[in-house]
Ligand binder design. Sequence first.
Ligand SMILES: C[S@@+](CC[C@H](N)C(=O)[O-])C[C@H]1O[C@@H](n2cnc3c(N)ncnc32)[C@H](O)[C@@H]1O
Length: 222
Amino acid sequence: MIAEERIPEFSPLEDESLTEYYSRMAKKYMKFPIKRVLSRIRAQGIEQGVALDVGTGPGIFPLGIARSLPEMEFLAIDLSPAMIQTAQANARERGLEDRVHFQIGSAYALPLKDGAVDLVICLNTLHHLEDPIPFFNEAARVLKKGGKFVMMDLRRDAPKALAIFFNLLWRLIMREERARDGLWNSLKAALTVKECEGLLKRSKLPSWRIYPQAIEMWIESY
Ligand SMILES: C[S@@+](CC[C@H](N)C(=O)[O-])C[C@H]1O[C@@H](n2cnc3c(N)ncnc32)[C@H](O)[C@@H]1O
């Protein structure tokens, strides 16, 4: 356990230079995480349709996944205007702006009609949400009947030795002083697997499973 209670990290990232820095680092180091998410989406049997990414940050996940799923259209939202601006620039850089759309928006009020999407993804963002239940309910609302979801976030109940190891790696990679404590702060803000399970049970999201991993957990439809 990293911390007994959640220590909030609930505000969106607004600082433009830090946003640019995260974007650069993500472009460099996200190839493997993108492959992992892609394989989980494929395991859900989703290859086409409309996908929503919630808390997209610099947009590296939807942009990376879109390359491998050419029949999928993406809407990706984030509360931070600085992140959306960076994500839009990343989309233009890759020539994907017609298929991956970025928009300012909140996880608590998804800018979509009921049953509008085939897939919801939400990566490394749950720990920013003070109350994830309204978000889970929103995800349930915008998903088509039989729609799928793949979510992943850190877990505060990760084994401490593993958390320390990954934090050391993070600190080695992150040269920017202001980003150095990022992983540890996010771990402290994260849910435990049990807390997440309790919230999902009280939400409208149907047919979910949690897969705990080293310092993260995956929440997926089945
Ligand atoms: C750690 S970043 C993850 C970015 C991206 N998904 C990734 O894994 O690279 C979390 C993002 O969630 C956004 N965020 C925080 N609260 C939010 C909310 N209520 N609704 C939408 N986005 C939010 C932040 O601005 C930030 O860009």
